[in-house]
Ligand binder design. Sequence first.
Ligand code: SAM
Length: 334
Amino acid sequence: MGKARNRKHPPRDSFRRQIDYLRVSITDRCNLRCVYCSPKRKKTHFAPSDLLTLEEIARFVRTAHRHGLRKVRITGGEPLLREDITGIISAIKEIGVPDISLTTNGVLLARRARELKAAGLDRVNISLDTLNPVRYSEMTGGGDINRVWEAIDEAEATGLSPVKINVVPIRGINDEEVMDFAALTLGRDFHVRFIEYMPVGRTSICLKGVCVKKDELMEKISTLGSLRKLPFKGKGPSRNYRLEGAEGIIGFISPISEHFCDYCNRLRLSPSGMIKPCLLSDIQIDIRTPMRRGITDEGLEKLFLKAVSVKPEKHKLSEQGSLVDLPSMSEIGG
Ligand code: SAM
């Protein structure tokens, strides 16, 4: 099926939010073991046959695109561990989705950036929680920071830009580096995004008191210069600012201190084919079993619309109330 221009308005959920964004986690495997993301105990992974295939992912994206889907983000686990990542991106591009992005730790990106761009990838978010090579290795279970910097440079050179750098500040681990990260935006057009730590899953860090909230981050960063608020375009969780004279942007994603559920426009698809209407709820709708049993396109469309209609109004996460029983982010795709 060819590229189709989509004139349809995205569906609204029960709280009048238009749902036009899908985050697809394509694997639960990762080549790093970040302290706040990977489960503490050794995890069993999905068998290859449990994962949605390229064709199944494309079929679901096509269904959502018939209903006005405008944006897809590929995540994981580490999405670049999937051999067919380029094929997945081309298939989504071919369907006609206007905006395709990828969240990655960057370790495997440098050598594939060009091929991914050619397949239709628009932008990348690269996760980098420290600028210190030794700490990087400690926080990630042995990762090499040089490969991440190569990836950042290559992503910029290839036009997968602006490169967004995701940082999760964690008290006592990397919080003293917040200003160094903010200073990166002075000389280069990076979008550095500080994400508040969400206490989800059984990871190896102590859950309480480690989240560094937006107000504290802004106070620290303001010592570098004045932070000007940029207009909010009404989509996405990041609230953006620019340091005076800076090339790049600083964003704050604050699920703990500022719920952004009122603006949430997304559904998630898990590696094993569960639609999750909210990252932080256990509601999920299986599409893999029905697809493998021959569900019609109309039937699949009904499951998509059902997922939209059961999207919860807001998440119930607070710093005190951790959701240890949800799968860790490395599985759901943060
Ligand atoms: N492997 C890829 C990567 O490292 O970017 C994609 C998956 S990772 C789960 C996606 C994002 O979720 C990363 O930017 C990571 O920092 C963020 N993340 C993971 N656990 C988190 C948590 N408990 N709270 C906030 N963000 C988290």
